[in-house]
Design a binder for this molecule. Sequence first.
Ligand code: DC
Length: 226
Amino acid sequence: MAVNIAIDGPAGAGKSTIAKAVARELEFIYVDTGAMYRAMALYLIRQGITPQEKEKMEEACDKAEISIIYENGAQQVILNQENVTPYLRQEEVGNMASVSSANPKIREKLVELQRILASKENVVMDGRDIGTCVLPHAEVKVYLTASARTRALRRCKELEEKGISCVLEEIEADIKERDYRDMTREISPLKQAEDAVLVDSSCLTIDEVKDTIIELYRKSQEEIGV
Ligand code: DC
């Protein structure tokens, strides 16, 4: 049976970096569910749909075929036969995704895809509702967080490395707004699953967080006698 590791947490907590590192070490597949919501958001933006147009979103989402492939171990998101991975990290796409991911029809469609992936392969899957909704029986559940300031600093560094200038306060305000939307939405809000282990990465290195999760995985395997 496939083994599942679920990592949830707010934007910028380091989920994807950590999940990738854990997946590499355990030779599991890494599934970035945020990228799927971003691909859907990109599709909606391209259709000229605004975040306020809920009905249009629901109509349009049926026409977006999203799938995942791996190239040299890296996840690529395919939207209606186009590899859209290079466009997914734009702020505009992230902001739309934060709104459109609250839509039940969009969630239903993407959650189904995520469950199929996790039933076939050993996965490290990251997102907002993996431990609470997508994979409630995951062998390991982690809720990874960091302070809003730490996350904003990380995001600014990432943008500056790409030659994009940014204002720390604006990025922090954006992060707080996104947290609020993700945590207060009606369907599958971001929250720590009761059986998830809380890891605050504010003062930890990537390797420390990775090792903590690998240790949780090993313990879970010992418990079931593997
Ligand atoms: O992790 P991210 O920033 O790439 O996610 C983009 C948006 O998608 C974010 O606002 C939250 C949403 N999301 C979600 O609702 N459920 C998930 N499992 C993953 C992401």
